[in-house]
Design a binder for this molecule. Sequence first.
Ligand code: ZN
Length: 157
Amino acid sequence: MALRKIREMGDDCLRAVCKEVTEITPRIEELVEDLIDTMYEADGVGLAAPQVGIRKRIAVVDVGEGPVVLINPEVVSAEGEQTGNEGCLSVPGKCGVVTRPLKVKVKTRNMNWEWEEIEGEELFARAMLHEMDHLDGILYVDKVEGELMDVEAPEED
Ligand code: ZN
């Protein structure tokens, strides 16, 4: 296991349109493991490869039900709408309101290089869409409604 350094807003890598993965190699396997470890260490619900400086279409998400790996993911369908707070490990200490679909169906390669479909709603849908935006160089701050806000210190709750 290895932790990778999370790039912060202002880093060019976060604005890159990432390249499709063409096969699962040992390096890709290592990257996915590192993304998962780094996400947990940072207490995030998702992390995309460009956030650690790798311009590949790979992201991981865990909203509390175990890690989900997205490789070359595409949205198949989306419905409904949810408006809520969002944050990003690349924009530390901030959050903001973003409206996204309530439910999504995503088509993705898995670690066996098979296509599979993953359906998610609420936070899981939001997290997958947020991470997929990273693969196109889009940050939630581009979609935020109103101003970015400071995250309250955890001691306050
Ligand atoms: Zn993010």
